[in-house]
Design a protein around this ligand. Structure first.
Ligand code: HPA
Length: 272
């Protein structure tokens, strides 16, 4: 089966399970699956039941696609995503984005847990992703899928400026402090060395992670509107003598901030 046929097969399956085209797709990162608990009248599709979807092996990722209502809109949420470091190909990592596009979804919200590299950032901060730096293989390498988008996609405004403005307005109303910055996407699975965090800072990054960028590139290729948010789960500077990066701490810190992100996403979706 070709990649395009797989996309269609997955889309047809999901379409058969849901009553309406979702207004927005949401990708929930490490420890951020909590938002899914707020979805009303949920239809839960475990990834293992969806043709061509993989198993979600990463810590803090449940592995369900959930349809339902949030903020008065129809949403389709990924509770857990696929990462390049899990050994999946970029085609596999970004298949859900292609499927969302094929389903006719025009807006995608992506979230992740990330390491703060801007020294102003603290654990628990929420960061609007205003731009990114891709340090992974580009997911569009290979034959261009003409039915989705052009060979050389523009990346001048990867993150929708209107959605960023809406997020800031809602954050003021909800009294949720926000950071804004550049997400640097590396392959992982190692956390960065102190020199690498410094390097990410020097090249213009504010937060470091191992996801999101491939999905955003593919979503933009297909001309979907993208909003991205990082939850700062650790600080990549001023390391205490006994500091170590630990995935359980990352998931815990993300979980502690998940409620704030859920509130923001819900009100942003209401305003769509
Ligand atoms: N680096 C890369 N990915 C991450 C980090 C980090 O410090 N924290 C959470 N995901």
């Amino acid at each position: 089966m070709t990649y395009t046929e797989k996309i269609k097969e997955s889309a047809v399956f999901i379409q058969s399970k849901i009553p309406k085209t979702p207004d927005v797709a949401i990708v929930l990162g490490s420890g951020l699956g909590d938002l899914a608990e707020h979805i009303q009248n949920p239809i839960v599709m475990p990834y293992s039941t969806i043709p061509n979807f993989m198993a979600s092996t990463a810590v803090g990722h449940k592995g369900n696609l959930i349809y339902g209502e949030l903020g008065g809109k129809n949403v389709l949420a990924m509770q857990g995503r696929f990462h390049f470091y899990e050994g999946y190909s970029m085609e596999q990592v970004t298949l859900p984005m292609r499927v969302f596009n094929a389903l006719g979804i025009s807006t995608v919200f992506v979230s992740n847990a990330a390491g703060g590299i801007n020294p102003e950032f603290r654990v628990g901060n929420l960061m609007i992703i205003k731009d990114h730096i891709n340090l992974m293989p580009n997911p569009l390498i290979g034959k261009n899928l003409e039915e989705f988008g052009p060979r050389f996609p523009d990346m001048t405004r990867p993150y929708d400026l209107e959605l960023i403005k809406t997020c800031k307005e809602i954050a003021v109303k909800l009294n949720i402090p926000l950071q804004e910055g550049v997400y640097v996407g590396g392959t992982g699975p190692t956390y960065e060395t102190p020199a690498e965090y410094k390097y990410f800072r020097i090249i213009g990054g504010d937060a470091a992670g191992m996801s999101t960028v491939p999905e955003v590139i593919v979503a933009r290729h297909g001309n979907m509107r993208v909003f991205g948010m990082s939850v700062i789960t650790n600080e990549g500077f001023d390391f205490a003598e006994d500091f170590v990066n630990d995935e359980n701490d990352v998931v815990e810190a993300a979980g502690a901030a998940a409620e704030k992100m859920t509130a923001l996403f819900t009100e942003m979706i209401r305003s769509l």
